[in-house]
Design a protein around this ligand. Structure first.
Ligand SMILES: Cc1cc2nc3c(=O)[nH]c(=O)nc-3n(C[C@H](O)[C@H](O)[C@H](O)COP(=O)(O)OP(=O)(O)OC[C@H]3O[C@@H](n4cnc5c(N)ncnc54)[C@H](O)[C@@H]3O)c2cc1C
Length: 409
């Protein structure tokens, strides 16, 4: 079967679904192909700043937000707990919530709802279809795809003026067009554990997320509260260069963090086995082309390496890049996409990378002198939401670190 479109999007995660919807809203003929059958699992904590809603062209789909987090409980090796509010008292809204709240979703439902919005706007959605190869010409792209894992394979050929590579950390589009050859990968592991909120532990609450900085080196562990489950995970967000590919060793370390949280809160008293999902995170490495020279192929989200090098979050940035890519195509400026994307994220992420280098090398010092400060949680929430940029805080932070070291000397 062969079809013609203005835009083909490869990948049905938040970046691809957003790009497809935005392009369809601009009147373009769009197809989205997704390797897996939807809804599909994506290893993820499912936490994001509420501000993500401002970037979603179809608004936040109904019913996907399971909890709103208003406090972070910071620990060092599960001890020395410090509870910080994402927003100072007095600034919260009538419901007690604020624009700095963090939303928690289940990725299969969230991603599927975004794809449904795109389909409702006229996007042709084909799930269970794997992009196998692509051919780039001056005027556009031809892609070959086929169904996954069935004995009677269906093949599909699509032609379009533009291809948006939204195929994530392990995608094929970037490689096929020789983009993003130098990648820096973080690595994270998570599980979703059923939970009833009768728990008597004072810090296990639907409005508290937990972060631990000492149990994993150069990363952190987390518990994110959901409707009737807890997402427990850990990631190495600043892997030493030599150990980037050593996922087996990293996985063992991260499994221990999840076990540590379980025993700390007695979350799995029967010792039941639970599924663990691991996945790489392509961290921001700096400015580099994220499109082919004539704009036939554009990369968004994880495929473009847009994971924040400090926090390791990628949903908001993937969604932003999907919007920017679709807008660039719609106004005939696809060849300017990298420049526009960099205007939005580069300064901020470059500064985040520098700060990550300090934070994850000296985590105990940072936990004691920065994380436990009364205003630190709110600053973190503002950085996550984009209310404040890393470039804005880096100068102040450097001065504070200098003063603290001199005082302690
Ligand atoms: C353990 C873990 C926890 C995380 N927690 C958070 C968090 O709490 N908050 C946050 O903001 N970020 C988090 N992240 C990062 C976040 O998950 C990613 O940044 C985000 O999923 C990127 O979205 P995307 O749409 O770019 O890619 P993806 O969500 O990875 O989607 C890519 C899609 O492309 C499809 N695909 C791949 N190859 C092909 C092909 N050949 N043909 C067709 N389709 C293809 C895949 O099946 C997939 O559905 C976490 C990551 C990990 C690993």
């Amino acid at each position: 079967m062969s079809s013609n479109y203005d835009v083909i999007v490869c990948g049905g995660g938040p970046s691809g679904a957003t790009a497809a919807l935005k392009a369809a809203q601009a009147g373009l003929r769009v197809a989205l192909i997704e390797k897996q059958r939807l809804p599909r699992h994506k290893p993820c904590g499912g936490g994001m700043p509420l501000r993500v809603g401002q970037w979603l062209p179809g608004g936040i789909p109904e019913g996907v937000v399971e909890t709103s987090v208003r406090y972070l409980y910071h620990t060092w090796k599960f001890q020395q707990g410090h509870l910080g509010a994402v927003c100072r008292p007095g600034i919260s809204g009538a419901s007690g919530g604020s624009s700095l709240d963090l939303w928690m979703v289940q990725r299969p439902q969230f991603d599927n709802a975004l794809v449904r919005q795109a389909a409702a706007a006229g996007v042709t959605v084909r799930d269970g279809l794997v992009l196998r190869s692509l051919q780039v010409e001056d005027q556009g792209v031809t892609v070959q795809a086929s169904t996954l894992g069935t004995s009677r394979q269906t093949t599909w050929t699509g032609r379009s003026r533009h291809l948006i590579g939204a195929d994530g950390a392990n995608g094929v589009v970037a490689k096929a067009v020789n983009l993003r050859s130098r990648r820096r990968l973080a690595f994270a592991l998570e599980t979703e554990l059923p939970h009833d909120w009768d728990s008597r532990h004072p810090h296990l609450r639907p409005d508290i997320a937990h972060l631990d900085y000492g149990a994993v080196s150069r990363g952190y562990g987390w518990i994110f509260p959901k409707g009737d489950s807890l997402n427990i995970g850990a990631g190495v967000f600043y892997p030493p260069r030599g150990q980037q590919g050593n996922f087996r060793r990293l996985r063992q370390e991260l499994e221990q963090v999840i076990e540590g949280y379980c025993s700390q809160f007695q979350l799995n008293p029967q010792g039941a086995s639970y599924p663990l999902y691991a996945h790489p995170l392509p961290l921001w490495q700096g400015r580099e082309p994220r499109q082919t020279s004539k704009g036939q192929v554009l990369l968004v989200g994880d495929a473009a390496g847009l994971v924040n090098p400090f926090f390791g979050d990628g949903i908001l940035h993937g969604i932003k890049s999907g919007v920017i890519a679709a807008e660039a195509i719609a106004c005939g400026q696809a060849h300017q996409y990298s420049r526009r994307l960099h205007q939005e994220v580069a300064l901020n992420f470059d500064a985040a990378r520098l700060l990550a280098g300090c934070f994850y090398r000296f985590p105990h010092w940072c936990f004691t002198h920065i994380v436990q400060r009364p205003d630190a949680t709110e600053v973190a929430a503002r950085l996550l939401s984009g209310d404040l940029t890393f470039s804005q805080v880096s100068g102040r932070l450097a001065a504070y670190v200098g003063r603290t070291i001199v005082r302690g000397a």
